[in-house]
Design a protein around this ligand. Structure first.
Ligand code: MTE
Ligand code: MOS
Length: 767
């Protein structure tokens, strides 16, 4: 089955935060936020709002009993503004009322006076002022300084990649209710229940054991709820404790878009040196990450950019420098790929430009520099079981790259107003949290005396199908059908100290923990079964399709009977187990080590057609050979790959986030922020499973959540190649997303008009 959740979804039975049947007396909260991007709060007048009928309380930072601090990596983010505001959308006060409508109405009557301070939205400007959230990070290998003299060509350039709105269907929200003795139970739409627990405990000034967090499922997270679900949950908990009533806080879509952070935009410089025939000798890049107003997860995201700055290429001399630049935008955060896509975009721009200079096809350089078995990454890890070259050759062969090339050329020769382009996009993505200590998980498995099974882990279901995969593990170990197994909601009292479901590691970590827990019980069951069938050799016992086998022979002992007698013998039918990814380590001083359990590889070919009168385009096809390992669930994995690819294409093409110079989000509605829909999706999407067993994954599978997103980068270059067919002499400034507006500008801009200042500012200047 694809995913047991699907049935509930199509019947409208799946519960999300807003579907919870709330008890009588539940109150509703709305968050009043800063209308300016930077300034000093001169006055805050709550009197009119407070006097409105149905308003129960307006909570400000002075009501926080604990610490007004939610920063996870760097303690630089208050839950509620104190004396200063740092971005439009920064929470200032929580209005709690009898209905959500009253709460929102009341917030309109809050008066705030802010003395403006300078607003910075550009990361390079923040860098010039020295405004960084953490010290610079540098990853290097070899000696780039001295390597340039060995290069036949050296190309320098810069590029920009934009932000991306998560647009989870379920907006941020939480429901909190006070329990006995100062405890609080929070139901949250979060990828990180433990993160919510920690933040709520900090805000309330209570130990973590007083906070219980539960998650049934999310209507999507995509990284946006890894850390940024915590503030809303903490606010609901704060209000619940203060008023001793249940409180629901759900962000309306518009507010969610304004108040929450997005994918980090990057502005980067690169320098690449090659031999005449396209061998890359040295690569240097500087990444100015737009972190937003506080650190949030941005330092970890920057690290992943530095890890993946060479994509799937072996480059002997590398120097990558990254800056987390503080700006007056909402704190940017995790988004599928977690800095990896931003890093890969830069090296692909460098290769594109180098290819132009050398007068060869970019794919020649890409192919020539692919990682080989045993090559060392610039962070010291050896590349093992590498599938770069073989996925590339398979893609060339299965998708008939030569035929595509000829077909595209013929089309371009025959058409003036439409042009086609295509691009190869290889990927390589490391699997594990780069913060080694996060690579652990635990699980609780119970078998009830009637033979039914339940399991509970730290994994959060957000549509990626992690629970279907975990269920598959339980089902395989006990050899019982899926419908005998129940997935319990993720809960911090059953699974403590868990990492967020992120870094594509949710399945690997939690499946492994469940696997151990199931095997602990299985050993007890086998022992019990031996007694029942009066045999001696435990290694000859096997469970198969709900029946005990001995020495490959079916016995009369069935699953339900075995459970019942084992219970009667007073043997535990429950187990809790822990898993820690083996063999990983990383030294953050030298930036060397073995940070990843393994890597995921693959190669895609993407084709696009540009309408050269209008600047509009279509992505015609995406074809990929992707490394899934031995897929645990091919239907889910295919869905993950297709969804990730569309999200990657959206980021590179039509999804454009625009803030004006005052730090105001202009694309704050679905009428101004466009995501790919069915009509935009490529007509052809073909994904070939490159299924080589992966010893480091659960049942030899591989993580799948994030890596395929990066194939989307190929769409950018496919479009650019088509534009080049129309306007060959033109030099391109790399700026993603390559919206139809930018395409149009580049189709008709001569090199001369490039030099003129643009009236509309940077956003529209480049492609
Ligand atoms: N798929 C769906 N449908 N919804 C999501 O929110 N999140 C992605 C990916 N796939 C997401 C998704 C992200 S950002 C990650 S890190 C992984 O799923 C997390 O789940 P996993 O670790 O179980 O793969
Ligand atoms: Mo995914 S960005 O690691 O939640």
């Amino acid at each position: 089955m694809k995913d047991y959740d699907i049935i509930h979804h199509v019947r409208g039975e799946s519960q999300f935060i807003d579907d919870i049947n709330v008890p009588d007396g539940t109150l509703f909260a709305y968050v009043f936020y800063s209308p300016s991007a930077h300034g000093k709060i001169k006055s805050l007048d709550l009197s009119i709002a407070n006097s409105m009928k149905g308003v129960k309380s307006i909570i400000t930072f002075t009501d926080i009993p604990g610490e007004n601090q939610i920063g996870g990596i760097v303690p630089d983010e208050p839950l509620l503004a104190e004396n200063e505001v740092h971005f439009i959308g920064m929470p200032v006060a929580i209005v709690v009322a009898e209905s959500k409508f009253i709460a929102k109405e009341a917030s309109k009557n809050i008066k705030i006076e802010i003395e403006p301070l300078p607003v910075i939205t550009d990361p390079r400007e923040a860098f010039k002022k020295g405004d960084l959230t953490i010290p610079p990070r540098i990853f290097s290998r070899g000696d780039t300084e001295n390597a340039w003299k060995d290069c036949d060509v050296i190309i320098e350039g810069d590029c920009e990649s934009g932000g991306q709105e998560h647009l989870y269907l379920e907006t941020q929200g939480a429901f909190a209710y006070p329990m006995e003795g100062g405890s609080v139970k929070i139901i949250s739409s979060t990828q990180g229940p433990t993160a919510v627990q920690k933040v709520a405990a900090r805000i309330l000034g209570v130990p973590m054991n007083k906070i219980e967090v539960e998650v049934l499922r999310l209507g999507g997270g995509f990284g946006g709820k890894e850390d940024q679900a915590s503030p809303w949950a903490a606010m609901a908990a704060l209000a619940a404790v203060k008023l001793n009533r249940p409180v629901k806080l759900i962000l309306p879509r518009h507010e969610d878009m304004i108040m929450t952070g997005k994918r980090n935009p990057y502005s980067s410089d690169f320098k690449i040196g090659l031999t005449k025939d396209g061998k890359i000798i040295a690569f240097e890049a500087t990444y100015y990450q737009n972190s937003g107003a506080s650190a949030d997860l941005s330092p970890a995201i920057l690290d992943r950019t530095l890890f993946h700055c060479t994509n799937s290429y072996y480059i002997p001399h590398v120097k990558a420098t990254g800056y987390c630049c503080r700006t007056n935008l909402p704190p940017n955060t995790a988004f599928r790929g977690f800095g990896g896509p931003q890093g890969k975009f830069v090296i692909e721009c460098a290769i594109f430009k180098a290819a132009e200079k050398l007068g060869i096809d970019a794919s020649v350089i890409q192919k020539k520099n692919l990682l080989k078995e045993g090559d060392e990454f610039h962070y010291g890890q050896k590349a093992l079981n590498v599938h770069t070259e073989n996925t590339w050759s398979l893609a060339e062969e299965k998708f008939q790259a030569e035929t595509i090339r000829k077909r595209v050329k013929k089309f371009n020769d025959e058409n003036k107003n439409f042009k086609k382009g295509f691009a190869f996009m290889p990927i390589c993505f490391g699997i594990a949290f780069t913060n080694t200590r996060m690579n652990q998980a635990n699980a609780l498995v119970n078998i009830y005396s009637d033979g039914s099974v339940s399991y509970s882990t730290g994994a959060v279901e957000m549509g990626q199908g992690v629970n279907a995969k975990i269920k598959e593990v339980v089902s395989r170990v006990f050899s019982v059908p899926h419908d005998l197994i129940k997935t319990e909601p993720t809960n911090t009292t059953r699974s403590a100290n868990t990492s967020p479901t992120a870094a594509s590691s949710g399945a690997d970590l939690n499946c492994n923990a469940v696997y151990s827990a199931c095997n602990i019980i299985l050993e007890r069951l086998k022992k019990s079964a031996l007694e029942e069938i009066r045999q001696k050799d435990i290694d000859k016992i096997e469970m198969k399709d709900g029946v005990v086998y001995y020495n490959k022979e079916k016995t009369n002992l069935k699953w339900h009977e075995l459970i019942e007698t084992t219970y009667s013998k007073r043997v535990s039918l429950s187990a809790h187990a822990h898993y820690a990814t083996p063999g990983i380590h990383f030294d953050r001083e030298t930036n060397k080590g073995n940070p990843f359990a393994y890597h995921v590889y693959g190669t895609a070919i993407i084709e696009a057609t540009v309408d050269c009168l209008r600047g509009t385009y279509k992505i015609d096809s995406v074809r990929a050979v992707h490394d899934f390992g031995n897929s645990l669930n091919p239907v889910i994995d295919l869905g993950q790959a297709e969804g990730a690819i569309m999200q990657g294409i959206g980021w590179m093409t039509i999804e454009e986030i625009i803030y004006n110079n005052d730090g105001k989000l202009l694309t704050d509605l679905l009428s101004t922020y466009k995501v790919p829909d069915l009509h935009f999706a490529p007509k052809e999407m073909e994904i070939i499973f490159h299924g080589k067993p992966n010893a480091a994954g659960i049942f030899q599978s591989k993580a799948v959540g994030e890596p395929p997103l990066m194939y989307g980068i190929g769409a950018y270059f496919a479009i650019l190649n088509a534009v080049k067919e129309f306007n060959p002499g033109k030099e391109f400034k790399f700026s993603a997303p390559i919206t139809p507006e930018k395409v149009l500008m580049n189709l008709y801009k001569s090199s001369e008009s490039d030099k003129l200042p643009s009236a509309k500012g940077k956003q529209l200047e480049t492609a």
